[in-house]
Write a protein that binds this ligand. Structure first.
Ligand SMILES: Nc1ncnc2c1ncn2[C@@H]1O[C@H](COP(=O)(O)OP(=O)(O)OP(=O)(O)O)[C@@H](O)[C@H]1O
Length: 263
């Protein structure tokens, strides 16, 4: 494989994956994958089914521990850190199938994504009730602003169960933004989304990216990948196959073969 090209010049590296390996018994789901993502990039992770993309996300997010290799966030090795510690370091993640609390309102769902501890808030309620009230009001304003930004404000007080698949993806983005992430892992944002909402999602990802947020994106929708990503890593059978611009990788015969082989 051609060595990793690295982030475009002038962009500091925010996420580094170094020789990541994940074994499940006799199966190696991720087999020596390395890449660097620069600040403000939208970096795509693509490949046929079973290539190891979701496992790679799990390794970056900290929901599974690597068998070997390192994950660095802003130069700090977080390989041994739990997922919640990585969230506190500015790493956000959305899931392929978002599962909001169906009976809670959109606003309540977004508010639950706050990073401070409820227990701490309860304790502070006795000590400084005024401050707690002010913080609650600020969080509510922020959640409403995010719902507005993600075109869901008019549904803020509706239960999340009324949302379509695409709207759930937008709510998921609002939830992840509540923690002010510097890097967002987006798992198949286009899956199960109708064409109109897909345009909204693409537009909002761009708008979030323009605010300086870096994205790592898993997506099977190649049109979306081509429109959003500046660089792409193709994986197949757990291994890195090639890396480049979406245009470069789509012309690579190894990529075509990997997809046809998996079809
Ligand atoms: N917890 C697990 N235990 C055992 N095997 C697993 C586990 N998670 C993933 N695998 C296996 O690892 C391989 C890679 O799976 P993974 O879900 O990471 O691929 P993917 O590229 O995300 O696929 P898709 O595009 O279908 O979502 C597959 O063979 C899968 O069956």
């Amino acid at each position: 494989m051609r060595s990793s090209s690295g982030p475009p010049e002038g962009r500091p590296t925010v996420l580094s994956v170094r020789q990541a390996v994940k074994r499940y018994g006799g199966l190696t789901a991720v087999d020596g994958v390395s890449f660097d993502v620069g600040k403000g990039e939208i970096f795509g992770l693509i490949g046929p089914n079973g290539a190891g993309k979701t496992t790679m996300f799990d390794l970056v997010a900290g929901s599974v521990a690597p068998s070997a290799g390192q994950i660095l966030l802003n130069g700090v090795d977080v390989s041994g850190e739990a997922a919640h510690r990585r969230i506190a370091r500015g790493l956000g993640r959305t899931f392929q199938i978002p599962k909001p609390f169906p009976e809670l309102s959109l606003l309540e769902n977004v508010l639950l994504a706050r990073q401070d501890q409820t227990g701490e808030r309860l304790f502070m309620n006795f000590l400084a009730p005024g401050r707690v009230r002010a913080e609650e009001a600020a969080a509510r304003d922020k959640a409403m602003d995010l719902l507005d930004f993600l075109l869901l404000k008019r549904l803020a007080h509706e239960p999340a169960r009324v949302l379509s698949g695409g709207q759930r993806k937008l709510l998921e983005l609002a939830r992840v933004m509540m923690a002010d992430p510097a890097v967002i892992l987006l798992d198949e944002p286009a899956a199960g989304v109708n064409a109109t909402l897909l345009e909204v999602i693409i537009d909002r990802i761009r708008a979030i990216n323009e605010r300086g947020v870096t994205f790592l994106l898993i997506e099977h929708n190649i049109d979306m990948v081509s429109r959003l990503c500046n660089r792409v890593l193709v994986m197949a059978s757990g291994q890195p196959l090639c890396e480049g611009t979406p245009e470069e990788v789509s012309r690579d015969p190894r990529v075509i073969e990997a997809y046809l082989g998996g079809a």
